[in-house]
Design a protein around this ligand. Structure first.
Ligand code: NDP
Length: 448
């Protein structure tokens, strides 16, 4: 059996009931087959793939807190410090009821390659909790965040592990966690990114993942002889990534016509009204029904099991920006049938393996999240640089660095796909380019 297959079987056997982790490992290992098989015995002898697929450290802990009724609640907290070969662990925290160890491991594994692709010195990690901030009061969210940090603080630090936001973790949650870290450690350091602008945050960090997604999409289209201006875009999600993807798409002259949350979706033939979407989601923290109520051109569709939501809308470009495995084979078929020619992932692993394969086979330009959503973590690394210098850069300075990083990422994966004889396969290009830097660093650092 080939070394790649052996390691994949080992991962499945040793990590039962973690399907998302298996899926992420399978996609990466399949892409690496050509690289590994060119020098299989050397990789096998060093057990490089085993080391790559086993986290350096997993921390799992109890998070007790008191709700507004005086009831004690208990949640499960996680931090997976996956790989520090090229820098301190870096990756977001996710607060969502679906969080479990397998999901955090899949996200942490993806983060290794994503962070490598940015060209910045950051290793891969991820964390989170099965806590649901939805419907909680600010006091409850604060009580939870303080309890979460009361354990997490001992495992992180500005030069060790620097978490950021993800689903369910925005500026409010980062603020509460930063306050608690500072209080326990008596240390004011850039231990979290995505901070508020008055206490060490970076301009353009809020916008970075969505903006970066569009910078990369624009470059991918340009290199394939297409222009983003005038194109119709289907977007899923209505959170941080989706909102700023929609905003930047409009600035580039495209027309995003959809967005969604976990209960329903919007089709707005006149194009999404970003100011209204921000008011509904960022200020009121309300459902999309409120968007539809305030906007006559918008149709609201309740989410129903078995229906395909935003992917049934006719579009040129699709940007999945909600969550993992939200775009399946049926969705991919609907997109192709409707003439969609490009898909770039804003979320982490939103497209199933079968859907990815179908899109690629049907000539759709496809960019995986570990490349196209890397703008968030890249700008987090720029926030770390500003914190170390004790300086703040202007919005334009950060935004132009972000744009350059995204353009470079696209060219790196494009070149890697060509070098290994898989031109246009940006999944393979991203995995190979991300892997080579990490593998070289791991080899140089010996058995560790
Ligand atoms: P947010 O919490 O801000 O928004 C998530 C959005 O997706 C919400 O509209 C949410 O709806 C929707 N959503 C979440 N889960 C589901 C589900 N199971 N079904 C349908 N809709 C769902 O998160 P972000 O925008 O920050 O993150 C979105 C994706 O982007 C995630 O995959 C994340 O890992 C990835 N990402 C985020 C980065 C960042 O900088 N924030 C960086 C790189 C990747 P509802 O409110 O109803 O739950």
């Amino acid at each position: 059996m080939s070394y790649v297959d052996e390691v994949y079987e080992l991962v499945v056997a040793k990590n039962p009931a973690q399907p998302e982790f298996h899926q992420a490992v399978k996609e990466v290992l399949e892409s690496l087959r050509v690289v590994i098989e060119a020098d299989e015995e050397a990789y096998r002898k060093e057990a490089l793939l085993e080391r790559l697929t086993v986290p350096e450290r997993i921390v799992q802990f109890r998070v007790p807190w008191v709700d507004d009724k005086g009831q004690v609640q208990v949640n499960n907290g996680f931090r997976v410090q996956f790989n520090s070969a090229i820098g301190p662990y870096k990756g977001g925290l996710r607060f969502h009821p679906s969080v479990n160890l397998g999901i955090i491991k899949f996200l942490g594994f993806e983060q290794i390659f994503k962070n490598s692709l940015t060209g910045l010195p950051i290793g891969g990690g991820k964390g989170g909790c099965d806590f649901d901030p939805k419907g909680k009061s600010d006091r409850e969210v604060m009580a939870f965040c303080q309890s979460f940090m009361t354990e997490l603080y001992r495992h992180i630090g500005a030069d060790t592990d620097v978490p950021a936001g993800d689903i369910g973790v925005g500026g409010r949650e980062i603020g509460f966690m930063f306050g608690q870290y500072k209080r326990i450690r008596n240390q004011y350091e850039g231990v979290l990114t995505g901070k508020g602008l008055t206490y060490g945050g970076s301009l353009a960090r809020t916008e970075a993942t969505g903006y970066g997604l569009l910078y990369l999409t624009e470059e991918m289209l340009k290199c394939n002889g297409k222009d983003i201006a005038g194109k119709t875009i289907a977007v899923s999600g209505a959170g941080n990534v989706a909102i700023y993807a929609i905003q930047k798409a409009q600035q580039l002259g495209a027309k995003p016509v959809t967005c969604s949350d976990s209960t329903g979706w919007i089709y707005d033939a006149e194009g999404i009204d970003v100011a209204l979407l921000k008011e509904v989601k960022e200020v009121k923290r309300a459902r999309l029904t409120e968007y539809a109520a305030a906007r006559p051109s918008a149709e609201y569709h309740e989410k129903k099991a078995g229906e395909h939501g935003v992917w049934t809308v006719k579009c040129d470009i699709a940007l999945p920006c909600a969550t993992q495995n939200e775009l399946d084979l049926e969705d991919a078929k609907a997109l192709v049938a409707n003439g969609c020619f490009a898909v770039a992932e804003g979320a982490n692993m939103p497209t199933t393996l079968e859907a990815t394969e179908y899109l690629q086979k049907n000539g759709v330009l496809f960019c995986p999240g570990k490349a196209s959503n890397a703008g968030g973590v890249a700008t987090s690394a720029l926030e770390m640089s500003q914190n170390s210098e004790r300086l703040s850069w202007t919005f334009e300075e950060v935004d132009s660095k972000l744009q350059q990083i995204m353009v470079n990422i696209f060219h790196n994966l494009d070149e890697a796909s060509k070098k290994y004889g898989m031109e246009g396969d940006y999944v393979a290009g991203a995995n190979i380019a991300g892997f080579l830097k990490v593998a070289t660093a791991m080899k140089a650092q010996g058995v560790c």
